[in-house]
Design a binder for this molecule. Structure first.
Ligand SMILES: NC(=O)c1ccc[n+]([C@@H]2O[C@H](COP(=O)([O-])OP(=O)(O)OC[C@H]3O[C@@H](n4cnc5c(N)ncnc54)[C@H](O)[C@@H]3O)[C@@H](O)[C@H]2O)c1
Ligand SMILES: O=P(O)(O)OC[C@@H](O)[C@@H](O)[C@H](O)[C@H](O)CO
Length: 548
């Protein structure tokens, strides 16, 4: 039985005989180089980081174009490091699934250290500081989910953890943004060395969001006299510190038990799927699709890995912005979110199965082709139409990708504003378009509201995916029941649709509030009303686009 750890990898023949590609660089030298002159630290040691980012860096290490590894850091879920990294010597088995169902397997060894930002683990925290104090550090990248950047709670006030960090100053921070600010402060004090902070999360203008998070904390500390005066200026000086925009794309589902079973059958043991107490799904392996895109604004102040040699695109800010807008607000993520919430209601557990459902397929075709494409700006480096074709015809439909609507439904409240709101805003801006022409996007919002009731289309309760606003949103809908004839339900859903903190706008002011409210109440008629409502509004004809 093959075991994923450094000792296990010594039997290279056995791994190669099992068709598993191994790291092609001298691990000890790279690990030693990283210890003495670290260049790259990544926060958020989750699946996309291991399955995409770390693999891209391994390509550079394998071809001698890099000579230090990546340090993985966790500010949130220390159990991941304890259970999915350290027992496996920080190695990951990457399993890519193509449309033929082949499992393409590769050991990722480019992560040479894995540490927590747990203030109770002195050695870990000392190492974090040491990394940031070293002039060699080029970048800190992040995949910490959209909520990881958020400093504020539902009422617009600072989260209590942030309030404590702001009061305590840079000594014992807890929130990811305060930890990043505190480590940047150490770097400033040590010599004001340059470096770059790179968000790789799926949020619109992710670099700006990261900058805003770190700067807000720094400014509050400065106001209270908890940091030296020059610190804020250091963070704002673009010769020293930058926060490029990025667009990242690779469907990387939670580790699946079916993949674990397939690996076991192929003689690879110890691949247990772990669900941490913070509900992170992790494992020594990562399963992902083959397609991948990472586009980064080329604005680094202390050098960067030559990732263009590993297929990563570096370009100017406007182009990244356009590519990101295309993916996150039009051609991929809105479709995913619509499939996520409707899939949970209709009892699906696989995205590829939803794509076989003609109503759901047509629903996302309408969101993408009919309603999204007319407002997309072609970024020039990727064609929106071709990207959308690939998403709908190949990527979502790939039956071997074990992706679930339940994963994608996680944190939907954090995402609906960007994923649907940006297109609505584009319709408002354009003289030749009007938001009231939209029907699939309002339907997706109505389905999300219906999803929040926690009753599927059979009328049975189901477990909603985690979401920081779940409790408060469900409280607003607590009076709503199936069979509700209208008044109470309409009033309840109105409070959500008016909420600018969620959608970035009052949906009633766009002319869409009433339409969504009607769709929502139609979905309450009783069992199977969700499907009936989808069938009513999803136009069963060949894809067309709204002209304009
Ligand atoms: N999985 C994908 O298909 C995919 C594709 C493109 C982009 N992304 C982006 O990457 C993010 C992470 O995806 P993943 O697949 O790695 O998920 P994951 O569940 O495997 O990992 C999530 C990571 O975020 C950290 N995290 C969660 N909440 C946090 C918080 N409040 N503060 C700080 N850290 C927090 C976790 O500890 C973990 O390291 C997504 O939210 C998305 O923005 C994911
Ligand atoms: O990761 P999230 O929560 O921002 O969104 C869920 C999915 O839509 C997302 O993970 C996609 O799989 C990904 O954006 C594909 O590149």
């Amino acid at each position: 039985m093959l075991r994923l750890n450094r000792a296990g990898l010594a039997d290279t023949q056995a791994w190669e005989a099992a068709g598993i590609q191994l790291p092609g660089f001298d691990y000890d030298t790279v690990a030693q180089n990283t210890l003495s002159a670290p260049e790259w630290i990544h926060f958020g040691a989750g699946n996309i980081f291991r399955g995409f980012v770390a693999n891209a860096h391994q390509k550079l290490l394998d071809s001698g174009k890099a000579n230090t590894g990546i340090i993985a850091a966790e500010t949130f879920d220390y159990e991941m490091i304890d259970k999915a990294y350290r027992p496996y010597d920080n190695l990951t088995l990457l399993v890519l699934m193509n449309a033929r169902g082949d499992l393409i397997k590769k050991v990722i060894g480019s992560i040479t250290e894995a540490i927590t930002a747990d203030p109770n683990r002195e050695a870990d925290y000392t190492r974090l500081i040491e990394v940031f104090e070293n002039p060699s550090l080029q970048l800190a990248s992040f995949t910490i989910t959209e909520k990881g950047y958020s400093l504020f709670g539902p009422g617009g006030q600072y989260l209590s953890v942030v309030e404590q960090d702001l009061a305590n100053g840079p000594e014992h921070p807890v929130h990811a943004m305060s930890i990043a600010a505190s480590l940047a402060y150490r770097r400033y004090l040590k010599g004001g060395y340059p470096m770059t902070f790179v968000s790789m999360d799926n949020c619109s203008h992710n670099g700006d969001k990261l900058k805003h998070g770190i700067l807000t904390v720094a400014k509050e500390w400065a106001k209270k006299g908890l940091v030296e005066d020059g610190f804020v200026a250091y963070l704002e000086d673009e010769r020293k510190i930058t926060f490029p925009l990025t667009m990242i794309d690779k469907i990387t589902p939670r580790p699946s038990q079916s993949v674990q079973a397939a690996l076991l059958e192929q003689g690879i043991g110890g691949m247990d799927v772990i669900v941490t107490s913070k509900n992170t799904y992790t494992a020594p392996f990562v399963n992902a699709e083959v397609s991948e895109y990472l586009v980064i604004e080329d604005k680094f102040t202390n050098g960067r890995p030559a990732l263009e040699q590993a297929g990563i695109i570096f370009t100017d800010r406007d182009t990244v912005n356009q590519v990101e807008t295309m993916k996150v607000t039009t051609c991929l993520n809105p479709l995913h979110t619509a499939l996520a919430v409707s899939g949970c209601l209709l009892g699906y557990t696989l995205i590829a199965d939803e794509m076989k459902d003609p109503v759901l397929r047509r629903f996302v075709e309408m969101i993408g082709y009919t309603e999204g494409l007319p407002v997309v700006v072609d970024p020039g480096i990727l064609s929106p139409k071709q990207f959308l074709d690939e998403v709908l015809q190949e990527r979502f439909a790939n039956p071997f990708i074990p992706d679930t609507p339940q994963r994608i439904a996680t944190d939907t409240s954090q995402k609906v504003g960007i994923r649907f709101g940006e297109t609505i805003k584009a319709y408002i801006r354009r003289d030749d378009l009007d938001p009231v022409q939209l029907s699939a996007i309002p339907l997706a919002i109505a389905v999300w509201c219906r999803y929040l009731l926690g009753l599927d289309d059979e009328g049975q309760t189901f477990t909603l995916s985690p979401d920081p606003l779940l409790e408060s949103l469900q409280a607003r809908l607590q009076e709503v029941t199936l069979g509700d004839k209208g008044q109470k339900a309409a009033a309840a859903v109105q409070s959500i649709l008016h909420d600018e903190a969620i959608f970035g706008m009052d949906l009633y002011a766009t002319g869409l509030g009433g339409k969504i409210e009607t769709m929502f109440t139609e979905m309450l008629a009783g069992p199977h009303a969700v499907r009936a409502t989808l069938e009513k509004y999803v136009v069963q004809e060949a894809p067309t686009t709204i002209s304009g």
